[in-house]
Design a protein around this ligand. Structure first.
Ligand SMILES: Nc1ncnc2c1ncn2[C@@H]1O[C@H](COP(=O)(O)OP(=O)(O)OP(=O)(O)O)[C@@H](O)[C@H]1O
Ligand SMILES: [Mg+2]
Length: 351
């Protein structure tokens, strides 16, 4: 069931992009040096490299006539002029709105750290902060073949890469995950499966065939693996984009399906709740699942990676009343902790 290491490498962004670039958002690939990868993996405090401003800093600087954003982190010991230079140049080409990811994964689990709660990056600092805060990115860096248990060959060599993609304002319900077994599309799931979208329900009879026809014409005989998962997006003009390719196996979320189900899937015996994927000739080739109105509310996929909102408000200093409450709590608990026979703890006085 689990993919080979080669199949995982085939799903790397830089492997599939050249073949499908006309069907996806414009993207740039930046090779990362070993030193920069080591810096990304370092779990100590986050020190941004020289010249890597955050969007928030850049905005503040542009409001302050005396400051110059180029000066930010100027004395910083961490210095990667090549990477920062390449990121800045790429951001310029992308109109300063980029979606970042590494070879396979985007830092979706770290989105809570951004002020706008999305992955739209405008500065090198935004990108690096997200990459350094993400466990999904760490997985790409440290163990991309962890789940290739049956493949005992040596790990294939490949470069570590940062991908910057043109930011797209996606309509979140219009993304679908397609499961391909033996080169045939057998199942399609709503990508954001924790939400109900009336516009998806309204198109439930036509969408599966539209996706099937897009797959047949553009992907079916063009991707290297026989078994894989591909995410597609229906644009406002009715055309489709490819968002990403993923390995067929437990490292990829099966969303509204289960992997056991997909492995034994038989198009001739669909479940009652499944919509059929029909060819133009009316043949049933697979199952389409979307989240219905009466589905139980589910938490978002990346919820377990987030920090409590109160903590975020405190760290960003956005809510002064919470800060005051927090300090009051600290004082109360300090008072409770200090017993009579103990000298209360004080800041050392300057001598
Ligand atoms: N260029 C873009 N602009 C805006 N949003 C994007 C862009 N590319 C991807 N997204 C959104 O971010 C999500 C994650 O992107 P992507 O699939 O590339 O990351 P991933 O780490 O491979 O995710 P997964 O683990 O689900 O495969 C996509 O499902 C899509 O909704
Ligand atoms: Mg992916």
């Amino acid at each position: 069931m689990d993919p080979s290491k080669r199949e995982v490498v085939n799903c790397m962004f830089s492997e599939w992009y050249p073949k499908f670039s006309h069907l996806t958002m414009k993207s740039y690939i930046i090779n990362l040096s070993d030193e920069f990868v080591k810096y990304l993996q370092d779990n100590g405090t986050i020190i941004l490299p020289k010249g890597a401003t955050l969007d928030i800093q850049a905005q503040k600087d542009s409001e302050d006539e005396w400051s110059d954003s180029e000066d930010v982190n100027e004395d910083c010991a961490v210095d990667f002029p090549d990477v920062i230079g390449a990121i800045k140049q790429t951001l310029q080409s992308l109109n300063h709105k980029a979606f970042p990811k590494l070879n396979w994964s985007a830092p979706r689990d770290a989105v809570w750290i951004t002020p706008n709660n999305n992955l739209r990056c405008t500065t090198p600092g935004d990108i690096i902060l997200l990459l350094k805060s993400s466990d999904f990115v760490t997985y790409d860096l440290t163990s991309p073949f962890k789940l290739c248990e049956n493949d005992l060959t040596v790990d294939p060599a490949y470069p570590t890469q940062l991908v910057l993609r043109k930011w797209a304002n996606l309509v979140v319900g219009m993304e679908f995950r397609c499961f391909v077994r033996n080169r045939k599309l057998i199942a399609i799931s709503q990508r954001n499966h924790t939400q109900y979208y009336d516009y998806v329900e309204n198109q439930k009879d036509s969408l599966p065939t539209e996706i099937y026809l897009f797959f047949k014409e553009n992907i079916e005989n063009k991707f290297d693996n026989s078994n894989y998962v591909v995410d597609v997006y229906k644009k406002r003009d009715g055309d489709f984009w490819i968002i990403d390719f993923n390995p067929w196996g437990s490292m990829t979320d099966p969303l509204l399906f289960a992997w056991e189900e997909l492995m034994e899937f038989d198009a001739s015996s669909l479940n009652e709740q499944d919509c059929p994927i029909l060819t133009n000739d009316g043949e049933i080739v697979g199952a389409f699942r979307y989240t219905g109105k009466d589905a139980t509310m589910q938490p978002s996929e990346t919820l377990s990676h987030r920090m409590p909102q109160d903590f975020l408000d405190l760290t960003r200093g956005e809510d002064a009343t919470k800060l005051i409450d927090f300090l009051r709590m600290r004082i109360q608990s300090d008072d409770a902790d200090s017993s009579d026979d103990e000298e209360p703890w004080r800041l050392p006085s300057a001598s």
